[in-house]
Design a protein around this ligand. Structure first.
Ligand SMILES: *[C@@H]1O[C@H](CO)[C@@H](O)[C@H](O)[C@H]1NC(C)=O
Ligand SMILES: *[C@@H]1O[C@H](CO)[C@@H](O)[C@H](O)[C@H]1NC(C)=O
Ligand SMILES: *[C@@H]1O[C@H](CO)[C@@H](O)[C@H](O)[C@H]1NC(C)=O
Ligand SMILES: *[C@@H]1O[C@H](CO)[C@@H](O)[C@H](O)[C@H]1NC(C)=O
Ligand SMILES: *[C@@H]1O[C@H](CO)[C@@H](O)[C@H](O)[C@H]1NC(C)=O
Ligand SMILES: *[C@@H]1O[C@H](CO)[C@@H](O)[C@H](O)[C@H]1NC(C)=O
Ligand SMILES: *[C@@H]1O[C@H](CO)[C@@H](O)[C@H](O)[C@H]1NC(C)=O
Ligand SMILES: *[C@@H]1O[C@H](CO)[C@@H](O)[C@H](O)[C@H]1NC(C)=O
Length: 456
């Protein structure tokens, strides 16, 4: 430590050495002890009453440089009053006790260089009290009950060469704009300050403040965005994974919002009028979206997702009550097989769509639904689109017998190509028949067919 001090950062290091020096241990019984050689007064108990501050000679008071107090049984701390009593103090250390607020400031022209208010229950720091400390070099506020700091207080703290703010009760539910103002070179432990309670308990406040700022500034208009959790990567302590939910339910969106907070995991876009899924594969902001609720929109195809990395990495995809008629079963199967969250992490909802129950789509679709029965949560509600004029209720696709599916009413609707094929086949039969008849007729009567007599 000493050689480090001589090499560089001399001032800060000198201060650190001072702060870590031994000091008189706390007196158990209330009262004060005077150490004339160091001009130190070491007290415990209730200030004024038990410490008998009033019973000290004038000379002693003027000469006093260091005041230590512990086990302070008192809720408020009046530094102005102490300073009036001991006008030449340079070092005040008050630790352990139930002081929760600081009233009053020091007098102007004070000589205070070190102020340690440690392991008390201080809840707020008044900016005025700090601005009165013009000579201060070390401020230790560790182990208090601070939940937040006022930007004006940060301004004062940033001009102090060394401040310790550790072991407080930083409340990360509150506005964290103050965190960005902290000067991390004058607050060596700033990077280690952590959120005290849920959410984000034990996570450093500096990244949390940055994440919250991003969630706030890039939340799509009309939506609400929340960072509901932040976890440490067990393999790399500094790597934080955030969980962001964006709620755009029922907000009249015609398409996917163009912006999203970084690392959005859950996106609720149900009850809108969205038709296209293309932004999921084109907009890089969507690459981390894993839980997507698109119920009650106008999506009529998921073919855009075919072969995309989004389709391989999603966890929840809810497409209830859209306009899906068919899905590319082969691509669906491939994507699910490659999905790293399979089998337990993948959930799908596909009911309420007008599925087209024809002979070519249903067998592979049925295979798909049966194969992924535990992922498709609403498999027993996925039904054929109701046929006009058919009074029977639509069939549940996964239960349809193979024999039934190709004799459904809409299969009788012959398509145009089939019609052409049919006509051509009957024409061939007709011509062959006529040929046979003509041949037979010629053999019997020797008369050529009428058409041959007309050919010159
Ligand atoms: C201030 O007082 C504290 C506690 O008594 C002590 O540890 C520290 O060394 C003192 N600093 C100075 C500069 O006297
Ligand atoms: C004040 O201190 C003197 C001597 O230090 C002592 O005799 C006297 O009892 C003290 N008075 C009180 C009120 O404690
Ligand atoms: C402050 O703490 C002491 C013990 O350290 C306790 O006896 C006292 O009742 C507390 N005072 C208040 C007002 O809470
Ligand atoms: C941050 O603190 C360092 C060391 O005390 C100081 O040199 C620097 O000017 C401060 N920066 C700001 C922006 O306050
Ligand atoms: C700040 O205070 C805490 C608790 O009092 C102590 O453990 C820590 O070492 C201090 N940090 C620095 C940088 O001195
Ligand atoms: C933290 O702040 C939130 C929001 O203001 C508040 O509801 C909560 O009670 C605070 N936590 C504590 C421990 O005071
Ligand atoms: C911050 O915490 C890390 C790990 O707990 C520790 O190594 C480092 O010394 C701390 N820094 C300060 C300035 O307290
Ligand atoms: C999303 O927002 C809507 C409208 O504010 C609300 O009704 C709904 O409960 C929210 N959903 C969730 C999951 O928070």
């Amino acid at each position: 430590m000493e050689s480090f001090c001589f090499n560089y950062a001399f001032n800060l290091c000198w201060i650190l050495l001072l702060v870590t020096q031994e000091y008189h241990s706390c007196r158990l019984s209330p009262g004060c002890q005077h150490f004339p050689d160091t001009n130190t007064y070491s007290c415990s108990g209730r200030i004024w009453k038990e410490t008998k501050f009033d019973n000290i000679s004038m000379d002693d008071r003027i000469n006093m440089r260091i005041l230590e107090m512990c086990n302070v049984n008192q809720e408020t701390l009046n530094l102005h009053k102490i300073h009036t009593k001991f006008p030449n103090l340079i070092n005040i250390t008050i630790w352990q006790g139930n002081i929760s607020s600081i009233t009053n400031s020091f007098l102007p022209h004070n000589q205070i260089k070190v102020l340690q208010l440690r392991n008390l229950k201080i809840e707020t720091i008044p900016a005025k009290f700090l601005s009165s400390l013009t000579k201060i070099e070390v401020l230790d506020l560790s182990g208090n009950s601070l939940q937040s700091l006022d930007p004006k207080v940060i301004e004062e703290i940033n001009r102090i060469p060394f401040t310790n703010l550790s072991n407080n009760q930083w409340n990360c539910s509150l506005n964290l704009e103050w965190v960005a103002l902290l000067n991390t070179s004058s607050i060596p432990g700033a990077k280690n300050l952590t959120c005290y309670q849920q959410p984000y308990q034990g996570i450093p406040i500096i990244p949390i403040a940055k994440f919250k700022e991003n969630v706030h500034t890039s939340c799509p208009e009309r939506c609400s965005c929340t960072m509901y959790d932040v976890l440490r990567n067990p393999k790399n302590f500094d790597d934080l994974e955030r969980f962001i939910e964006v709620n755009c339910s029922n907000r009249n969106f015609l398409e996917f919002p163009p912006i999203l907070p970084d690392k959005t995991k859950t996106l609720m876009l149900d009850r809108n009028q969205i038709r296209s899924l293309l932004p999921l594969i084109n907009n890089p902001l969507y690459k981390d979206v894993q839980d997507l609720d698109l119920d009650n929109n106008f999506i009529d195809s998921i073919e855009d997702l075919e072969g995309s990395s989004w389709f391989i990495n999603f966890r929840v995809l809810s497409l209830r009550n859209n306009q899906l008629v068919q899905v590319p079963t082969y691509a669906f199967d491939n994507a699910l097989q490659e999905n790293p969250s399979m089998p337990t992490g993948v959930t799908l909802f596909l009911s309420g769509n007008p599925w087209k129950c024809d002979c070519s789509f249903i067998p592979p679709f049925q295979d798909l639904l049966r194969k992924y029965k535990s992922q498709v949560q609403d498999v027993n509600d996925i039904k054929c689109s109701p046929v006009e004029g058919d009074k029977k209720s639509p069939m549940v696709i996964v239960d349809m017998p193979r024999s039934a599916m190709c004799r459904l009413p809409n299969d009788y609707a012959v398509n145009a190509l089939d019609l052409v094929n049919g006509i051509l086949a009957s024409l061939i039969i007709l011509i062959l028949g006529k040929l046979a008849y003509d041949y037979y007729h010629f053999k019997r009567t020797g008369r050529l067919p009428w058409i041959v007599t007309k050919i010159p």
